[in-house]
Design a protein around this ligand. Structure first.
Ligand SMILES: C[S@@+](CC[C@H](N)C(=O)[O-])C[C@H]1O[C@@H](n2cnc3c(N)ncnc32)[C@H](O)[C@@H]1O
Ligand SMILES: [Zn+2]
Length: 287
């Protein structure tokens, strides 16, 4: 399943290391994850979500506020009889752990080492690794499905890693997601801008919206705030207003999209293959 992030050759397990034929070697950590993010592809010392955000995410999600979303994702995986799943941008593994109960094998990665460490310490049934969605160290056509839940998009890499009939499941915030938090923090509140379902490599198969209200406890609200970008954009005074107010009802508003690989994309790849073969086998006929 894994390929070397440096030379792209197959990685073999040797004791507690993954090693490629060129001898690039990656240790399996005590918690069970492997770090496949080369230092040279890091843009900062500790990329991705930090400990504060990851711990807040873990605490908040444990409150069950997003379980409706989790259940819906698991149903989609079951309906599609997904065997090998890759969870991209998995963070501390809340969705991953549950998705592992409905798929045969789950591989999950995040660019944040501390998040992957936390995920792998609690979930021994999934394979966790540190990596970037823009250079996924997995073989071509090795997965039946990829989930991208509030995580960065990387359609070219997703299309490469997915098998021919593989699906991409994307979860993004819909217009009113967490609207009431914004109303507490800001004077002028805009609805969230929803990304278009346009990817050159994929065709949309299904789009659904899941919208409901939940009322978090004070701790729940504190954690929710800390796991969102609002925490970093908000002045202390705004934070105080939010965290000292009585508990209030908040809108959860999600869009779930299922994509399959685009026919055009598969066709282009297929034509290229034929042309490559043709050029290779019959090059003396051309011209
Ligand atoms: C909003 S969080 C969502 C996490 C998780 N899917 C969830 O919903 O609980 C986004 C995650 O994407 C990760 N991330 C950011 N850039 C990434 C990249 N280039 N490759 C992989 N993960 C990345 C962050 O570290 C963070 O854990
Ligand atoms: Zn290598």
């Amino acid at each position: 399943m894994y390929i070397c992030p440096i030379c792209k050759q197959k990685l073999n397990i040797l004791g507690n290391k993954y090693v490629c034929d060129k001898n690039h070697s990656f240790d399996l950590a005590r918690q069970g994850y492997v770090n496949l993010l080369p230092v040279t592809s890091k843009k900062s010392l500790n990329p991705g979500d930090n400990d504060l955000m990851t711990n807040a995410r873990r605490e908040f999600l444990a409150g069950g506020y997003y379980d409706k979303l989790l259940n819906r994702i698991c149903t989609i995986l079951k309906e599609n009889e997904v065997k090998i799943l890759v969870d991209s941008g998995c963070s501390e593994g809340y969705y991953t752990r549950q998705m592992a109960t409905v798929c045969q094998e789950v591989y999950a990665y995040d660019i944040s080492k501390s998040a992957v460490k936390l995920a792998s310490a609690t979930d021994k049934s999934s394979h966790y690794f540190v990596a970037s969605a823009f250079h996924i160290p997995l073989k071509n056509a090795s997965a039946n499905a990829i989930t991208k839940i509030f995580a960065p998009d990387s359609p070219k890499e997703f299309a490469r890693v997915l098998s021919e009939n593989g699906i991409l499941i994307e979860v993004i915030p819909a217009e009113e997601h967490l609207l009431e938090i914004k109303q507490k923090l800001y004077e002028n509140v805009y609805l969230n801008k929803v990304e278009k379902a346009e990817k050159e490599e994929f065709e949309i198969v299904k789009e659904e919206r899941l919208k409901y209200s939940f009322t978090p406890t004070k701790d729940g609200l504190d954690n929710l705030f800390k796991m969102t970008p609002y925490y970093y954009k908000t002045a202390k005074s705004g934070e105080n207003i939010l965290l000292t107010s009585e508990t209030f009802s908040i809108t959860a508003d999600f869009i779930l999209r299922t994509y399959k690989k685009s026919n055009n994309f598969t066709k282009v790849k297929y034509c290229k293959k034929i042309i490559d073969n043709y050029l290779f086998n019959d090059y003396n006929i051309i011209g």
